[in-house]
Design a protein around this ligand. Structure first.
Ligand SMILES: Nc1ncnc2c1ncn2[C@@H]1O[C@H](COP(=O)(O)OP(=O)(O)OP(=O)(O)O)[C@@H](O)[C@H]1O
Length: 246
């Protein structure tokens, strides 16, 4: 069994003359909720885009479920759900219609399976009762949950989320966190989540990957980081201390 659901080896990305990602190696194990943090411009979105094959690396490898994203993107992404670019929403479509249209892309499902799947993911993210509403009527929190519903359509083993809590109010954040925790606990879905909201990440992640200026400065268990940084109880404190040292 391949326990490293995400495996990144010596990943590099140069844009123009600037090396944005500088020789990064890390793994995410099946079942983890891994928080991905770093200051503005550290390279988080670039790494998310490299992980999903939206851009090609200058060097190194990305394996998802053991499959090289740059050699066989379709197979590598088969069991991956991602919310990396802003999800493509058609505001005048209902949430149900939008998901049904997206489900057509999955060639392994026939029409009745697609209808069943859409109903299932709408239920999971708590939008079933609002399925007939146009997306334009959705709040930001509902749109984020609809984005997660999209990511769940292909029954993923791992979900990548780039800044999913951005702009959410406290209730929206709690709902999102509960949804992620539930999907992780009940379905064993692995999550890799970038965020600047360290309090939120601290509440749901067990592991952390911290980068600065395109390099890893810390990776591993959250509790270990808090211990190493002087037994603090706040991830924010530990993060600030790390940043000052790095
Ligand atoms: N297409 C591009 N052309 C030139 N530079 C780029 C390009 N994309 C990203 N960069 C640069 O790469 C660095 C990393 O950007 P990236 O968006 O990955 O950071 P980030 O960690 O996601 O930042 P933030 O937290 O602010 O969203 C930045 O210095 C950015 O200016």
């Amino acid at each position: 069994m391949n326990t490293n659901i995400i495996k990144v080896q010596n990943l590099k990305k140069k844009i123009g003359r600037t090396e944005i990602i500088k020789d990064i190696t890390f793994q995410v194990k099946k079942g983890e909720i891994c928080g991905f943090i770093g200051p503005n411009g550290a390279g988080k979105t670039t790494i998310m885009r490299l992980l999903t094959g939206l851009i090609t690396p200058t060097g190194g490898k990305v394996y998802l479920n053991g499959v090289d994203v740059n050699k066989n993107r379709e197979e590598a992404l088969e069991k991956v759900g991602a919310l990396v670019e802003a999800p493509l929403f058609f505001p005048y479509m209902t949430a149900e219609k939008l998901l049904l249209n997206l489900a057509i892309l999955n060639k392994n499902m026939n029409k009745s399976e697609r209808i069943e799947k859409v109903e299932e993911v709408l239920n999971k993210v708590g939008l079933y009762d609002r399925r007939k509403d146009k997306v334009s009527k959705y709040s930001l929190g509902m749109k984020q949950r609809l984005g997660i519903a999209q990511a769940l359509l292909n029954k993923p083993e791992v979900v990548l989320l780039d800044e999913p809590a951005n702009g959410l109010d406290p209730m929206g954040m709690i709902e999102l966190r509960n949804l992620i925790t539930k999907l992780n606990e009940e379905e064993g879905i692995t999550f890799f989540i970038s965020s600047h909201l360290l309090d939120e990440l601290q509440k749901m992640c067990n592991n952390l990957l911290i980068i600065k200026e395109g390099k890893i400065i810390w990776s591993g268990n959250k509790e270990e980081l808090l211990r190493e940084e002087g037994y603090t109880e706040s991830l924010e404190d530990a993060f600030v201390k790390l940043m000052m040292k790095a």
